[in-house]
Design a protein around this ligand. Structure first.
Ligand SMILES: [Cu+2]
Length: 252
């Protein structure tokens, strides 16, 4: 019995003494290093290059069901083609292409002009876009229908706002890089698009003819990635020479 009381007191003593050891040490050498903001990257446009390319699809293109929008009289009354897969003459639209690796370290200043997302014919236009961290993101409603703009982020803050027919624009910014963040409309279940929040300005979206172009790249070697919401991801290595245009084609 006496032994167990002794053990108990001893263990309390040890806990006390050990906790002393975890006191943060003081003194000039124990301060955490001051976090300095990463230096701003400046790109010399006189030596910068470009990357262009084409996104193609091989094989039978998946056919998605048409969209029935008749639940809302403010939306088209005839069946509308899906915008999740847009392939014309073997060329893929709405592919997000970006530089994943190889850029200079540091901060790229956000572009001050807003990126605009419109709602037209009860769809999002464009269906895929890129916006820089801190760049204004402006949502318009061109419809006679009311919409409800609802991003579903993983890293950024979620928001959810109604927008009246031809209502006031909604302007937001995103604070964290995030790929393929869906935006949905709570009023219209077929409405969905993707926002890519990027830490640099080096991205593009393939057009209806499958082409893309990324300009003002510092010369260097890069990993270029192409992302499609249904077809997945493709990667390419490219080398951009001063004032030259590098080519990179992708096949899904
Ligand atoms: Cu809607």
């Amino acid at each position: 019995m006496k032994t167990s009381i002794f053990t108990f007191i001893l263990s309390i003593f040890l806990i006390c003494c050990n906790s002393q050891n975890f006191k943060p040490a003081s003194g000039p050498h124990s301060e955490p290093p001051a976090s300095r903001p990463a230096p701003a990257v400046t790109v010399d446009k006189s030596t910068a290059g470009t990357v262009t390319g084409m996104v193609s699809f091989k094989g039978a293109v998946p056919r998605l069901p048409t969209l029935d929008m008749t639940q809302d009289p403010g939306c088209p009354s005839t069946p509308q083609p899906s915008d999740a897969v847009v392939v014309k003459n073997g060329k893929v639209a709405n592919v997000f292409v970006y530089i994943k690796d190889g850029l200079p370290q540091g901060n790229f200043a956000p572009v001050p002009e807003p990126v605009v997302l419109d709602q037209k014919g009860c769809r999002y236009v464009p269906h895929v876009l890129g916006v820089m961290v801190g760049q204004p993101f402006k949502v318009l409603n061109d419809d006679t229908a009311q919409h409800n703009v609802h991003p579903m982020p993983k890293s950024n803050s979620e928001w959810n706002e109604s927008q009246m027919p031809h209502g006031q624009p909604i302007t937001k910014t995103f604070h964290q890089p995030e790929m393929m963040m869906p935006i949905q409309c709570n009023q219209h279940p077929w409405m969905k698009m993707y926002v890519n929040v990027m830490p640099n300005p080096y991205f593009a979206v393939s057009g209806d003819n499958g082409t893309f172009e990324i300009k003002d790249l510092p010369p260097g070697e890069y990993t270029l990635v192409a992302v499609h919401e249904k077809f997945g991801e493709r990667t390419a290595r490219i080398k951009v020479e001063p004032k030259q245009t590098a080519k990179a084609d992708f096949n899904f």
